[in-house]
Design a binder for this molecule. Structure first.
Ligand code: NAD
Length: 336
């Protein structure tokens, strides 16, 4: 049983808290949030203790691992504290918005390794996993093209967009991680273009809500990502991989796979209302996989801090490409 201390009792902290409590391999031991009321509310739901400070969590002898689900600007410091305390960490993305801080904490983790999983929970979606297994088994031959679609049903609040780092660092980052994980290699170049089609305030905030990106791999393979912050039909995420011997797709997932045939019409279920409704089951699978790895199970594949860094470097190059209006080479920094 892996006893977790959870930092952050906001939206995603509540999701993780419930999953840690539900997963047979894990126990929610402590919750810490600077908003003590939120911490008490969440801890109370699952019989966990409320920690009075970050220091109290790391001094406790009944904590086996920590989960960082607090605001983005706290991740780097909490990661650093966990590394110093030799505690395994599940950390929500992104590592930090500031690349210098990202590099510093990745270097620290490199020098003093502890298991660190990044919150790229989409990797645990059963359809995406099956697609990746098919590609990695060579069943579609050599990968020539990838197509990823990520369209949210509605944009987050403007206040969130203003501090999110923009669509690529906030939304597309999940696709950057997925494309590397599926293709088994990282792109070398990105061309990104976009616009704000739905709200001039998003343009004023320096962001886009509609974008397309073309990424190139060293072997010539190409990837196309299509993003939107708003659809009129729910959350739309899918992946297609086109190879020398075939094609595999992780399709649009309807709420139920049921069709009603009536007269000259066929009525089928549409998409889940939002990204969370579509992806919710993957969060529990992600916790279970990390706990299994910590328990010593071998062959568990989970996204690491290095994967978080890689996705972030692609996002930085995409932001530069959008600003410059031309393709940009992606620079991958590595700790030395
Ligand atoms: N993987 C995903 O799909 C996904 C989805 C949503 C959010 N996230 C990430 O999770 C993080 C939290 O997002 P959210 O939507 O839950 O935000 P939120 O604002 O709902 O919650 C953040 C919580 O962190 C608390 N907090 C702030 N400083 C703290 C500190 N020093 N110690 C402990 N708690 C502190 C706040 O009081 C708040 O309760 C963000 O980094 C976000 O990018 C990831």
């Amino acid at each position: 049983m892996i006893r977790f201390a959870l930092f952050g009792a906001g939206f995603i902290g509540q999701v993780h808290g419930a999953n840690i409590a539900a997963c047979p391999r894990t126990k929610l031991q402590y919750v810490f949030d600077v908003n003590a009321e939120a911490a008490h509310k969440l801890a109370g739901r699952f019989g966990a203790k409320v920690a009075g400070s970050v220091e109290e969590v790391f001094a406790a002898d009944d904590v086996d691992a920590v989960l960082i689900a607090s605001s983005t600007n706290t991740h780097a410091d909490l990661l650093s504290a966990a590394i110093k305390a030799r505690k395994p960490v599940y950390c929500e993305k992104p590592i930090d918005m500031d690349l210098a801080r990202v590099k510093a904490v990745v270097q620290e983790a490199h020098d003093n390794p502890v298991p660190i999983m990044m919150g790229f929970s989409r990797r645990f979606d059963p359809n995406h996993r099956a697609l990746r297994q098919t590609v990695q088994a060579g069943e579609v031959g050599v990968v020539e093209m990838l197509h990823l679609v990520c369209r949210s049903s509605a944009p987050p609040p403007l206040a969130y967009i203003k501090v999110s780092g923009g669509q690529f660092r906030d939304q597309t980052i999940h696709m950057f991680d997925l494309l590397c994980w599926v293709a088994g290699q990282a792109p070398v170049e990105v061309y990104a273009t976009g616009a704000s089609m739905m709200d001039p305030a998003i343009t004023e905030a320096g962001d886009v809500d509609t974008s397309m990106l073309i990424l190139k791999f060293a072997d010539g393979a190409l990837c196309h990502i299509d993003n939107s912050r708003h659809t009129g039909y729910g959350y739309d995420e899918r992946i297609e991989v086109f190879g020398s011997e075939g094609l595999v797709e992780s399709r649009r997932k309807p709420i139920r796979d049921v069709a009603i045939y009536k007269g000259d019409k066929v009525i089928e279920d549409g998409m889940y209302a939002g990204w969370f409704e579509r992806m919710e089951p993957s969060f529990l699978l992600a916790i279970d996989a990390f706990a299994a790895a910590l328990e010593g199970e071998t062959g568990i594949d989970y996204p690491t801090l290095q994967d978080g860094l890689r996705a972030q470097m692609i996002a930085e190059a995409a932001v530069a490409s959008l600003k410059q209006g031309k393709p940009v080479q992606i620079e991958y920094w590595q700790p030395g």
